[in-house]
Design a binder for this molecule. Sequence first.
Ligand code: FUB
Length: 322
Amino acid sequence: MINKSKFIVLSFALTAFSGLSAQNDTTFIANGNPIIQYKYTADPGAMVHDGKVYIYAGHDECPPPKEHYLMNEWCVFSSPDMKTWTEHPVPLKAKDFSWAKGEAWASQVIERDGKFYWYVTVEHNTIPGKSIGVAVSDSPTGPFADARGSALITNDMTTEYTKIRWDDIDPTVFIDDDGQAYLYWGNTQCYYARLKKNMIELDGPIIPVSLPRFTEAPWIHKRGDWYYLSYASGFPEKICYAMSRSITGSWEYKGILNEIAGNSNTNHQAIIEFKGDWYFIYHNGGINTAGGSFRRSVCIDRLYYNEDGTMKRIQMTTEGVQ
Ligand code: FUB
């Protein structure tokens, strides 16, 4: 039996305050939201594989009272039941990409043919602005290594659409039923491009996607014949969504899916189906102590659909999923 309070206090002291990374597998029982209470975690990407849920999250490390993004590494958590979680040793750091300066922003992992591809946002060393890289591993818990030795997307590839230097962030990847993979990403402007079967090269042009009040954090999922494109909207962010019969659109706007998340300007969601139920995984800034926009925490609540395929608005809870 795990002595949870002692475990949380010790881990929090070691991991959050001293900035140490997870070195060993550590198992804990989630006690509602936020699910991880001993360190700050943000920008969840989630994947279901072989009967387990995997959450890949950035590690918010900014010490109070400073207020800025300080994120050097990503973390991975797995669970067979959404209650018992294991944090695995840190599988990837922003500087594992030799061409990156740092800044482990939002990401997503997907499996193809027994390999796991991790699409990440980092700051480029020589091309000013944010870039998207891809790392690969034979295991969902890593370790992961740069799959290309260069960025997949750089800021100079999208300057015809916007001049801002942080528009190439927040990759989400989806493999359609015919095997074609797509990368969506963006800030202010949403984009998509096809990926080659090797998952590490583009297979066509970058195409802008028009969505109302798009801020960032696109996430694609499919249920039945419907494709869903959820995204952060406005600032502070709500999560809105659009639906389509095709992965490439056109997308019909359907409104708000999740309201502003407590004490955080950002909200960044992932949506998965696990053992027949749907889950909305996001972050808020609600953790005691010192939670906020730069010390965020991953939360999970249930997601339900209406009969016509639209999604019911999320009810964020402190109880989380039981
Ligand atoms: O964590 C840094 C950035 O904040 C992410 O890339 C965005 O989605 C927002 O959550």
